[in-house]
Write a protein that binds this ligand. Sequence first.
Ligand SMILES: [Zn+2]
Length: 236
Amino acid sequence: MTQTAISPTGPYLAVTFDDHYIDDWFDAADIFRAHGARVTFYAYGFPHVPQKAITKFYGLIGQGHEIGCHTSSHINAVETAEKIGLENYVKSEIVECINGMRIFGFTPPSFSYPYSKRSAELDAAIIPYFTTIRARADTFAEAMTWEQTKPLIKSRNADLVRADGATLRTADDVVHELRLAAQGQRSMAIDAHGISDKDDAGYHHITRRGLDYILWNARRLGFVFVTASEFIGAAR
Ligand SMILES: [Zn+2]
C-alpha cells in the first residue's frame, strides 16, 4: 500500500500499545510505515530491560514513534496507593519509571495506567509528570467524551486475541467505532498489547493482519495518526 496525503485537520487517531512486547512492536515497524502511522508504546520495567530491547526502542523512536511510561513494575495503582500511600506510589512507580528510562536517554512524555486502574487522586498526582495519561474507556461513548477529561486520553481496546487464544474483538468491531468517530469528526485513541499472528502467543495481542486492516481503514476514513503526547493538543 502506498502513502497518500493526509488531512492536516483531523480527526486524529492515537494508536497505542502497552507492556513489554518490544520484539513484536519492532517487527511491526513495516506495517506502521506502510500507513504513515506514528504510534505510542507504553513500556514498563525500566531500567531492567535488556540492551537488545533498548536498541529496538531506539530504532522505533528513530522512526517517529513515542515511548511512554507504563510504571516501574505494573502493579495496580489504586490498590498500591491505598496500601503504601499516594506519595510512595508516585515515587516508586512513576518517578522511578521516568528515572529508569532516562538512564537510556528516553524522556517519556506520556503515561498509561496498568490494568486501567485509576482514580481522580492518582490522575492529579501523576499528570504533572506527563503531557497526557491514557486509560481505558469501557464504552465507545466514554471514549468520545475525552474533551471533558483533558489531559486524559480514554482509549478503546483493539486486542483481537486474548491471552488464552480466544477472540476478544474483531477488527471490524474496531473499524466500526473508527467509522462512527470519523463521521462525527471525533478524534479517538485505541490500545493493544502484543502484535502477533500466533493465536497461541499466550498474551493479549492484535494480529499483524488485523493491525494492517485497522490502520488502512483509519487512513481511508481520514484519520491523522498522532502520538499520545500530541493527541490532546492536536484534537483540541
Ligand atoms: Zn499493561
